[in-house]
Design a protein around this ligand. Structure first.
Ligand code: UTP
Length: 294
């Protein structure tokens, strides 16, 4: 099997973020701050640490703050330099120097599958990763390097699955799987987007990390709108798996959907608690507060 070096990552960030209104009325949810940087910066950092340095962001309306964040901010840099504030200067420059970042616009947010299809011209005919811009994987619990390794060994596409309580599976894409010779790798045999209660083939939810074969674009072009009237990536992968291998790894670590208000708050508490500078005083304050929370 020909092994292609994976360098490209697509980060869809064009959704409307209706679950987080009104905060997301004028600001993409991917730009909401988590401790001291926008959620999407964690996602770009995760990609870069896995060796994916060619980033394509799929943006929609309100894309300005995203582009500005990953661009140079000369005025701000000049002010910080003049003050001799080298720490803040370097924090401001980090985001613009992380990776080679490109943008494509998804004019009409017709679903995640449609957002990924917008990346076709940039990606070309090579495998690529998709990382959802509102889905944070704790840097202490990486899954992307394993997925890239599985793609190199098996070819095709690789999904990340997470066990969820059965009563929550209707909120996710759900995978039917069989074992492979490697206990850490599953073969995906079926996929259903947001299954009706009782109709889920498993409690394995598809989470926002994918390593995809370019054939997914061919499927997406002929995928009709599915759940919610949107073109679903899960549906395209469901037809792809009859033609090409789709494998999966199960992720057991910490993951936060920052597009959901409650998990967003949990993400902040977890990541602030682990922050090198803020962690210790924040944890002490939390311990003090615990008895007073009702
Ligand atoms: P979500 O399923 O969270 O949908 O998208 P959403 O529309 O953004 O948010 P809600 O449900 O209205 O609150 C998952 C990811 O796919 C992107 C989103 O930006 C998010 O990163 N997405 C979704 C697009 O880029 N385009 C779309 O048309 C839909």
């Amino acid at each position: 099997m020909r092994s292609v070096n994976l360098t490209k990552v697509v980060i869809p960030a064009a959704g409307l973020g209706t679950r987080f209104l009104p905060a997301t009325k004028a600001m993409p949810k991917e730009m909401l701050p988590v401790v001291d940087r926008p959620a999407i910066q964690y996602v770009v950092e995760e990609a870069v640490s896995a060796g994916l340095t060619d980033v394509l962001m799929v943006t929609g309306r309100n894309k300005r703050p995203l582009e500005d964040h990953f661009d140079r901010a000369y005025e701000l840099e000049d002010v910080l330099r003049a003050k001799g504030d080298t720490d803040r200067l370097s924090s401001v420059r980090t985001s613009s120097a992380l990776a080679s970042i490109h943008y494509v616009r998804q004019g009409d947010p017709r679903g995640l599958g449609h957002a990924v299809l917008c990346a076709e011209l940039h990606v070309g005919r090579e495998p690529f990763a998709v990382l959802l811009g509102d889905d944070l994987i704790d840097a202490r619990d990486q899954v992307l390097p394993t997925m890239i390794d599985v793609q190199k060994r098996y070819g095709g596409s690789v999904l990340a699955l997470m066990e969820v309580p059965p009563e929550q599976i209707h909120l996710y894409g759900c995978a039917d799987v069989t074992a492979t010779a490697d206990p850490a790798v599953l073969r995906v045999t079926g996929l259903v987007e947001k299954p009706a209660p009782g109709a889920a083939p498993s409690n394995l939810a598809v989470i926002g990390r994918y390593v995809l074969a370019p054939e997914v674009f061919d499927e997406l072009r002929s995928t009709p709108p599915g759940k919610g009237g949107e073109i679903q990536l899960t549906d395209a992968l469901g037809t792809l798996l009859a033609k090409a291998p789709v494998h999966a790894v199960v992720f057991n670590g910490r993951r936060y959907d920052t597009g959901d208000r409650l998990t967003y708050l949990k993400a902040i508490v977890h990541l602030a608690g682990a922050h090198p500078e803020l962690g210790e005083p924040f944890r002490a304050w939390l311990r003090e507060q615990a008895p007073t929370l009702s």
